[in-house]
Design a protein around this ligand. Structure first.
Ligand code: TRP
Length: 447
């Protein structure tokens, strides 16, 4: 086999991993999940799960990937043959996840264009909800943008790791952060903003049910890109000198910070304009433009912001896709290009029912859920946690302490006083915590 591609620099890898983590999950999914699940109590649960489960599983995926130096299936098999299925599950889930991720990615492209022409911000703030609803319920137009989003993803991935992914992520992520800070200032100074802040921060524990915990756990997996072998795949392109422990902290912290800030932008705005925090997937597509209409040069800022959101979404979607591409290239012996075209086509087709479920197929229910919700529930609350659970068991009980610690400390060259705690968490805490949440998610346990 030809020598494998590699990340060229340490910062390149961290940014690519952070780029994978930071995406629609932070700015679109986190706020509406928080909104649907009652605010502060959800946020608290989320933070708790990030600290106990999220950071540790990030390090688990990094270590499995770098040790394996191969596609996900082979990386798991290298530690124990019986766990290769986690890789196959990741490949399968990747198709489903990208199919709705790119529908929403398409919405962000549409918004970028409508900001550039000034259409979006010339609307009265109370008309933006109708504008959004009118757009996503159309049968054809959103599909066009969905296709465009898939195409961009496939195009970057086809170019390979260092020439594509690494290059595109490096420059643009810091810019997104700065834009978010500008919006933060505007949102917090809107009249009535503090009601939103109070709603966001004040935990109402009566809202904390089993399904809130399932949702918070699913959000952690989704936001940190866990449970799909995405981080395994990225880390397989990593050199032996990188510090996996600090990388996992940096990635988890930045990702969480961005989600929390997004909440501080969205909720004050929703309360300032009398919106409903439990408005579901359309939440940010309505509240964000409302802020822009209240800003000098709103159209300009809206354009920059949605453009950056498109880019953040792309640096995530390429990581979702890369799981499959590395798999097809190494296991099925396809070229990157062929794999990308195949993947893009299947995902486009899968996305059609998802997109229609926001319009004319809105009444179609499978297992009591709409198509979009069903896809998302299966991916975020079932497949990702199941795979995370299996990864923890693989590392904790089959790989064993000595080998796992050798990998994360680069054979003892990195001194770390958290590595032991990490291993304990992986072996005992995660299987119990994620195991219980998983049973709740599939309906075996009902709290
Ligand atoms: N974390 C990304 C986001 O927040 C989405 C994503 C990328 C993802 N790779 C993943 C989600 C792997 C689950 C698994 O937008």
């Amino acid at each position: 086999m030809a020598s494998r591609d590699q990340f060229r620099s340490r910062i390149g890898f961290i940014l690519a991993a952070a780029g994978s983590a930071i995406g629609l999950g932070n700015i679109w999914r986190f706020p509406y999940m928080t909104g649907e699940s009652g605010g502060g109590a959800f946020v608290l649960m989320y933070l708790l799960i990030v600290m106990v489960v999220g950071v540790s599983l990030l390090l688990v995926e990094f270590s499995i990937g770098r040790h394996g130096k191969a596609n996900a299936v082979d990386s798991y098999a290298k530690i124990h043959k019986g766990f290769a299925w986690i890789g196959y599950l990741g490949v399968f889930t990747s198709f489903l996840l990208i199919s709705y991720y790119s529908v929403v990615g398409g919405w962000t492209i549409y918004y970028t264009l409508k900001s550039a022409t000034g259409t979006l911000t010339s609307l009265p703030a109370d008309q933006i909800g109708n504008f959004f609803g009118g757009f996503i319920s159309q049968p054809v137009l959103p599909l066009f943008y969905h296709l465009l989003f898939i195409f961009l993803t496939a195009w970057i991935v086809a170019k390979g790791i260092s020439g594509g992914i690494e290059k595109y992520t490096k420059a643009l992520m810091p810019l997104l952060f700065i834009m978010l800070l500008i919006l933060l200032v505007r949102a917090l100074t809107l009249p009535g903003a503090m009601k939103g802040v109070a709603w966001y921060l004040k935990p109402d524990f009566s809202k904390l049910t089993g399904s809130t915990v399932v949702a918070a756990c699913g959000q952690v997996f989704f936001s940190l890109s866990l449970g799909l072998s995405g981080m395994v795949t990225y880390a397989s392109y990593l050199s032996k000198d990188d510090n996996l422990i600090s990388s996992s902290f940096v990635v988890a912290m930045t990702d969480t910070l961005i989600a929390i800030i997004a909440g501080f932008v969205i909720f004050p705005t929703i309360f300032a304009f009398g919106g409903d925090p439990s408005g579901g997937p359309g939440l940010v597509f309505i509240s964000l433009p409302q802020i822009f209409t209240k800003m000098p040069m709103g159209a300009f800022f809206a354009f920059i912001f949605f453009l950056l959101l498109v880019i953040a979404a792309l640096t995530s979607s390429i990581s979702i896709m890369e799981v499959c591409i590395t798999f097809f290239v190494e296991k099925v012996k396809w070229s990157r290009l062929k794999a990308s075209v195949f993947y893009g086509t299947v995902c486009f087709l899968l996305g059609i029912p998802v997109s229609l479920s926001f319009g004319m197929w809105g009444d179609v229910k499978i297992l009591g859920k709409g198509i979009f919700d069903l896809f998302d529930y299966f991916c975020s609350n079932i497949s990702l946690p199941l795979s995370g659970l299996a990864c923890a068991i693989l590392v904790g009980w089959f790989w064993g302490k000595e080998k796992a610690l050798a990998e994360v400390t680069n054979d003892g060259r990195i001194q770390s006083n958290v590595a032991g705690l990490w291993f304990f968490t992986v072996k005992y805490v995660i299987p119990i915590v994620v195991g219980i949440i998983f049973l709740q998610a599939i309906g075996v346990l009902q709290v």
